[in-house]
Design a protein around this ligand. Structure first.
Ligand code: 13P
Ligand code: SF4
Length: 322
């Protein structure tokens, strides 16, 4: 019997996984579909994708694809971004219940109210926001480009939302601007503690430490490197150290091991709000769901045309500036 992997409440054998992946690939070819996946996706989902990337890479891919169908293996805001950038394509989300808790921590109404309180500020939203919120802001950023883009803005005052950790990290690097930062957070990242990261450093004194900027500022302070998932992959697979402690969602371990199996990647084992060490909504996308969704062309992402129009402006501005 070959090795097994857990898929929902069913265990699929390696052969079953391979068989399903082949069916997905065949369907994708027949239907001219592209499968995009974020690095936090399950290994068997990453392996069936045409492209795996961070939020910035994935939005670029979604904007430039000539496929008729985009199957987006990620959370809802990523699918919405794909729809906004490619409104004439059919965008399918294999699990419509997979949202991002951080994105839901700020609403369009709250942004409109903030606008009245800070009329002189430029409003910058992390890409991890709903389409409704994007429609209210001036610019979007991802963790891969935020400090670089924001430092180029003329405005002296920035309202940043919704991630307080990313906002604080940007503000530390862009010191000539005043920041008003919303108090949202990513539950899986924000729950890693400086104490446990310090303990990992003491246990592996030869290791380098790479941290995602959604982590708590006290964790970020300990890091040798801070960056988006793609940037962490580049750093961790090439840095001159055999061991790297990586503080982000554990899905990244799969890519790291594939890209450079000679290194050891150490991830924390913090249980988060859903009692797991991973982002449970990211892992809500499973291979059988990808297959069903593409076969039946179900779970289509739809947004009103006027919302697409308004939400597209801050994303396209980001793509131009980055
Ligand atoms: P990046 O892959 O852009 O670093 O984003 C991380 C994330 O939390 C996506 O939900
Ligand atoms: Fe949202 Fe955090 Fe999960 Fe990313 S890792 S989808 S920011 S909850």
């Amino acid at each position: 019997m070959a090795s097994v992997q857990l898929v929902e409440d069913k265990v699929l054998t390696t052969e079953e996984i391979k068989d399903l992946q082949q069916k997905v690939r065949d369907l994708a070819r027949q239907k001219n579909a592209v499968i995009l996946a974020h690095y936090y996706q399950r290994p068997e989902v990453q392996d069936v994708a045409d492209f795996v990337g961070d939020s910035l890479d994935l939005s670029r891919k979604a904007a430039n694809t000539d496929a008729d169908i985009i199957v987006f293996c990620g959370v809802r805001f990523m699918c919405e971004t794909a729809k906004i950038l490619s409104p004439r394509k059919k965008v399918l989300h294999p699990n419509p219940e997979s949202g991002c808790p951080m994105a839901d921590m700020v609403s369009a109404q709250q942004v409109r109210k903030l606008r009245t309180e800070h009329p002189d500020a430029e409003f910058v939203a992390y890409i991890n926001t709903t389409a409704d919120v994007k429609a209210e802001v001036d610019l979007c950023v991802t963790s891969a480009n935020a400090p670089k883009i924001i430092s180029k803005l003329e405005s002296k005052k920035i309202v940043f939302l919704p991630d307080q950790a990313l906002g604080n990290w940007i503000a530390k690097q862009v010191q000539d601007k005043e920041f008003v930062i919303w108090k949202g957070f990513c539950p899986p990242h924000f729950e890693f503690t400086a104490r446990e990261v310090q303990a990992l450093k003491e246990r592996y004194p030869d290791a380098k430490l790479a941290v995602h900027p959604e982590c708590h500022p006290k964790v970020i302070e300990l890091a040798d490197f801070v960056g988006s998932t793609s940037q962490i992959i580049r750093y961790a697979t090439t840095v001159d150290s055999k061991r790297v402690i990586v503080i982000t969602e554990v899905g990244l371990k799969y890519t790291l091991q594939k890209k450079n199996p000679d290194k050891e990647y150490i991830f924390p084992e913090t249980m988060n709000y859903c009692g797991t060490v991973y982002c449970c909504t990211m892992k809500g996308i499973t291979l059988p769901k990808v297959y069903e969704t593409l076969k039946e062309e179900i779970n289509e992402v739809t947004l009103p045309p006027d919302l697409i129009e308004r939400a597209r402006r801050p994303i396209e501005r980001m793509l131009r500036l980055s």
